[in-house]
Design a protein around this ligand. Structure first.
Ligand SMILES: C[S@@+](CC[C@H](N)C(=O)[O-])C[C@H]1O[C@@H](n2cnc3c(N)ncnc32)[C@H](O)[C@@H]1O
Length: 307
């Protein structure tokens, strides 16, 4: 597994500079993401919450008895709450997140709300082939909850790999997953480039972390947050664009960045119902049910193992 430092030095040494979006999320980054989910422009969060609320009984029935719920990239764990109390004797809930301090902190209040469910938050990076930080009994009713359109952050081939891993490593029997839908470009762009500039702060948090954790001296004011829609790949791309020629040091290495050069920090792929079905089928899953809001902005899917 590569460390933050190794990934930064690799990513910034390439011709087309990249950093993984997973590095947005330290405690501060997770707080900023929480703020993003409440923004007027950020339709995905409120739309997915409405879909889950409107269909919580059906979802609970599909999940069944004695569920062991695992949520990779759980964030503020607001969405599981929508149907947790409708479930029939849920056994365990395991929120996992790369932002370890945040997930531990946010789970404290949650444990008080659901005293009968064993809640065991863990720091875990799902992008690497890391050992699971808990034991799974393959005879259990293991349900993966993966909302927030986090699947969109993966390149397509990595999304397939991830969905396969849920089956083989997590022993998942069913998955409830949120996928953002293809739509008009202006709605998409404003969701990733809000008027208050919270998403810009979130994007720049990666540079802030380089400064504080790796001893970098990047001047954040030299960079502009950019969100563009890549039509051929059907994805929003977030980048940090240099406003002028500049240089900085990290760990005794000097980096020279030219004016308008960009660091690509996040992809957020958008799906159609059909393209999402193809993706899940390729990974050995079958969509049993799809819920979509009235405006067809967002989709939630219930997946079962393809037999
Ligand atoms: C788009 S947010 C979604 C959060 C939450 N699930 C929701 O629906 O609001 C992505 C979440 O995944 C976490 N995350 C990102 N990359 C990760 C990784 N490689 N391993 C574990 N968690 C990751 C982030 O910390 C963040 O909480």
């Amino acid at each position: 597994m590569k460390s933050f430092s190794q990934e930064v030095s690799l990513g910034l040494s390439k011709k087309n500079k990249t950093l993984s979006s997973k590095w947005f999320y330290d405690f501060h980054g997770s707080k900023l993401f929480e703020k993003i989910t409440k923004l007027e422009e950020y339709y995905p969060a409120r739309t997915e919450i409405k879909i889950l609320n409107d269909n919580k009984i059906e979802i609970a029935n599909k999940i069944g008895k004695n569920a062991v719920l695992i949520e990779p990239g759980a964030g503020d764990i607001k969405k599981i709450e929508i149907f947790l109390s409708s479930l029939d004797k849920p056994k365990k809930y395991v929120p996992l997140d790369i932002s370890k301090d945040y997930i531990i902190k946010i789970s404290q209040g949650f444990k008080k709300k659901f005293p009968k469910v064993a809640i065991t938050p863990k720091g875990y990076d799902f992008s690497e082939n890391n050992k699971l930080p808990f034991k799974i009994n393959s005879s259990e009713n293991v349900i993966i909850f993966f909302p927030g359109s986090t699947i969109g952050n993966f390149e397509k081939k990595d999304a397939v790999k991830f969905l396969k891993m849920l089956k083989f490593k997590f022993k998942a029997k069913k998955i409830i997953i949120g996928a953002d839908l293809v739509k008009n470009i202006s709605t998409l762009i404003s969701a990733y480039d809000d008027k208050k500039g919270i998403t810009a702060k979130f994007n720049k948090n990666i540079l802030k972390r380089i400064n504080t954790e790796l001893g970098g001296d990047i001047n954040l004011n030299n960079y502009k947050h950019v969100a563009i829609y890549n039509k051929s790949k059907k994805r929003i791309e977030m980048r940090l664009r240099a406003k002028k020629n500049n240089s900085f040091n990290i760990n005794n290495s000097k980096y020279l960045i030219k004016k308008n050069e960009e660091i690509h920090t996040e992809n957020s792929h958008k799906y159609t119902i059909r393209s999402f079905k193809n993706l899940t089928n390729e990974a050995g899953w079958k969509i049993k049910k799809t819920w979509v809001d009235d405006k067809k902005l967002f989709s939630v899917h219930f997946l079962d193992l393809a037999k």
